[in-house]
Design a protein around this ligand. Structure first.
Ligand SMILES: [Zn+2]
Length: 64
């Protein structure tokens, strides 16, 4: 029997939530969540960041 009070409608499951590429924090309904995506060898790549600061920390480290 299913408990009617259990939250079946959860948006994000913590076990499948993305993690911030810079600090490794789980991104679960982060309002400042950033995603950077690009195409590499015809595959779509994307990285998740919990906020702008982490995104900039990553882009600032990229080799030119
Ligand atoms: Zn972060």
């Amino acid at each position: 029997m299913i408990d009617p009070t259990s939250d079946i409608g959860e948006d994000v499951d913590e076990s499948t939530a993305p993690t911030c590429h810079t600090c490794g924090k789980k991104i679960v309904q982060e309002p400042d969540h950033r995603v950077v995506s690009w195409i590499e060898e015809s595959e779509a790549e994307h990285l998740h960041f919990c906020d702008d600061e982490c995104r900039e920390a990553w882009s600032g480290r990229r080799p030119r």
